[in-house]
Design a binder for this molecule. Sequence first.
Ligand code: AP5
Length: 185
Amino acid sequence: MKHLIIFGPPGAGKGTQAEKLSQSLNLIHLSTGQQLRELVINQGISQSEINNIMTAGGLVSDEMVNQMVAQFIVDHPKQIFLLDGYPRNLIQANFLDNLLGAENIMVLNLVVSEKETVNRLASRGRLDDQADNVKRRWLTYCKNTQPLITYYEKNKRLINVDGEGSIEEVFKRLEIDAKQLTDNS
Ligand code: AP5
């Protein structure tokens, strides 16, 4: 039984697929992006620095995000987690390995072209989905997050999944691997 990370660039479909997989396989879905957006809404102006970072397509501090994830895991004992949007750099990946045990974590990497993700985000309209912001989110992904692919591949902890096609088609591909990896029997 493994905990899963759903990985990929902005607009790859991580959130969409994580919702579906968590329902179908009874996993606990944690989206750090969603948690941060809720924090900004709930705490208003005092969290505006976070909002600025997110809108600009940068990364919120590792300390804050790591603490948020650690607390979430403590609050949900004996569960199988599906992490979406975390980890996003080596510091976070090491932190998570220590938290859950490296041997208990597998990554499903959604492979989607930049062109396709730009098209998808152009029609969504979230605050950080304007063309310039999407470009910056992609740059942040390439610089900080994409190198994790090598990190996880080194220990054979990463499976590439074709993330193009309809939401249902991608889900069917992901579900096969996710089912095997999270099987308790
Ligand atoms: P986050 O919310 O994680 O944003 P992201 O990684 O840029 O990802 P998105 O939510 O845009 O895309 P997604 O891959 O989830 O795709 P989705 O399913 O939504 O993070 C936001 C910000 O928070 C970050 O920029 C950062 O500032 C901060 N943050 C978050 N985590 C952090 C961390 N760990 N450390 C530091 N900072 C952190 O789909 C996108 C669109 O495409 C949707 O409209 C969807 O309907 C559509 N779609 C999905 N699949 C398909 C398909 N197969 N065909 C057609 N359309 C599709």
